[in-house]
Every structure is written in structure tokens, then in C-alpha cells.
Design a protein around this ligand. Structure first.
Ligand SMILES: [Zn+2]
Length: 273
């Protein structure tokens, strides 16, 4: 960090420097973080949870589901770096197991990681309860395993955050997550990028939905080429309209609270096996 600052010279030189974002996670992000409490039935995103708004006016948190994807995740990471944005990736365990290097890359670039089940059944409510719990457990286990060889600070990017596939939560599963100090993260708006629509249409719907609400968590998918294709323009337009990007992180002891819970779904970052 010291080297980077000394190379930058005067503050004017820093201001003129290209907006390349350091991929070193130890460097501070050029944006605020929003610390989300993870206890007591924590659930975020006003699309589902009336009290789930933690962001200030014109603050946006980008989230990407269903990866890591061998074709598009790195493209998304490069665009986020260009804009110095730290996002949250809700990963599917099966894909994390297939490409642990991509999981580590997301963490190394300083993004937050949550989980999104083992292989993404679209509605956990329709599964036998034991199977639904197993889906959630295996999702966390797979992402944690992918990060096991990463530095502790990268392991710590795995947050006690869970997103239900299709946002199909259930009371019994939320209670089960609550007992393990895992927060449920939904969204305030989407852009329908899981549909077969053009990138231009994803862009249009994202802006429309964001402008209507004015702040919150945007749900996107880093598995979708049309999302990667429009992402740079979407971010640039939002910046022009006065929005700023914030990174969702767990409250400072959130990971420890989850790791110390009975029948915990994830361990401490330093517990490398
Ligand atoms: Zn999904």
C-alpha cells in the first residue's frame, strides 16, 4: 500500500490517474461498506422484507447470483475493477467445487461472497426439509472448501449471507438459518436478466426499477453474457445519475458469530485444514 501511494506522487496525480481499481484486497475499496447485522432473523431487501433497507438514498449494492461461471464471471470482475466497485457474489456450491480458482479470484479481488445452495433447486419449499437444509449446508461447505487454500483474509470474504434460489424463502428455513446466525439477503430490485431478453432490455429494466425505488440491492447474474455485456454501461449511467455503490459486508464479528453457533454452517477463516 505504501508503495502505491508513493508512486502516485501528489494528490493531483492520484486524481488524474486512470480509474483502475487495485485488485489487491488489502487495498481499501473506493466506496463505503454497509455492515449488515446477521443475528435475530436478519433479512435484507425490501422486495420481500419490509424492514430490510440498510442503504442510504442513492446507494446501490450490486449482487451477482448463480456463479462462479467459467465464461462470464471474470468479465464481470474486470468491469467491477474498472469502476472500483466491490459487489457480493451468491455462489452455487456445485460450480464453486468445479472452479475453486474462480471462487478464490472473487475473494482475492475483495468482493463479498454469500451462498445460494448446492445445485440451485428453484424452490426449496418444495423439497423435503432435510434435503433443503442439506442444499444450504453443502453450498456453504463447497465455497468454504474452495477458499481453504486462500489467505485468511480471502477466506473471510465468505460472509454468513444466504440467498434463496428464486427468492423462495420459507419460515422454517429462515428460522433454521437464524439459529446459525446466517442473514437472508434478498433484493430491492432486479433486472430480469435471468430471462431471454437482450442486454439493452436488462439495462433498461435495471435503470427503471432502480429509479423507482432510489436505493438498495440489485440482483444480477454473473452467469449471463447479456448481463456482462451491459454492465459497464449500467454502472456508468448510474454514476452519472448520482448513485454511489456500496459493498455489503457482515457486521464485524458476524463470521465469528456464525462459526460459533451450534451446528454451524461455516467455520472460522483461520481454520485451514
Ligand atoms: Zn439463482
Amino acid at each position: 500500500m505504501t508503495v502505491g501511494l508513493s508512486l502516485a506522487g501528489t494528490s493531483a496525480a492520484r486524481a488524474d490517474a486512470p480509474r483502475a481499481c487495485p485488485t489487491d484486497a488489502r487495498m481499501p475499496a473506493h466506496e463505503a461498506t454497509v455492515a449488515l447485522p446477521t443475528r435475530g432473523g436478519a433479512a435484507y431487501g425490501t422486495m420481500q422484507y419490509a424492514k430490510g433497507q440498510m442503504l442510504g438514498p442513492r446507494e446501490i449494492a450490486l449482487t451477482f447470483d448463480d456463479g462462479p461461471d467459467p465464461k462470464t464471471t471474470e468479465r464481470v470482475l474486470a468491469i467491477l475493477d474498472q469502476h472500483c466497485i466491490k459487489a457480493t457474489f451468491f455462489m452455487v456450491g456445485w460450480y464453486a467445487q468445479a472452479r475453486p480458482d474462480l471462487v478464490r479470484e472473487v475473494a482475492a479481488r475483495g468482493h463479498t461472497i454469500g451462498t445460494h445452495t448446492w445445485f440451485h433447486p428453484n424452490n426449496l419449499r418444495r423439497l423435503p426439509l432435510a434435503d433443503a437444509k442439506s442444499q444450504i449446508t453443502r453450498g456453504f461447505t463447497a465455497v468454504e472448501a474452495a477458499l481453504a487454500s486462500a489467505p485468511p483474509e480471502d477466506q473471510a470474504r465468505l460472509a454468513p449471507f444466504f440467498r434463496f434460489p428464486g427468492l423462495n424463502d420459507s419460515k422454517v428455513l429462515r428460522t433454521w438459518l437464524d439459529a446459525r446466525n446466517i442473514a437472508t439477503v434478498s433484493c430491492d430490485f432486479g433486472a430480469d436478466d435471468w430471462l431471454q431478453i437482450s442486454g439493452a432490455e436488462v439495462y433498461r429494466r435495471a435503470l427503471k426499477n432502480i429509479d423507482e425505488v432510489g436505493r438498495g440491492i440489485l440482483i444480477l447474474h454473473d452467469t449471463r453474457p447479456h448481463t456482462a455485456a451491459m454492465l459497464n454501461d449500467l454502472i456508468a449511467t448510474l454514476e452519472k445519475r448520482g448513485y454511489r455503490f456500496v459493498q455489503l459486508v457482515p457486521e464485524s464479528n458476524g463470521r465469528a458469530l456464525a462459526a460459533n453457533a451450534p451446528d454451524a454452517l461455516l467455520g472460522h477463516p483461520h481454520a485451514v485444514q
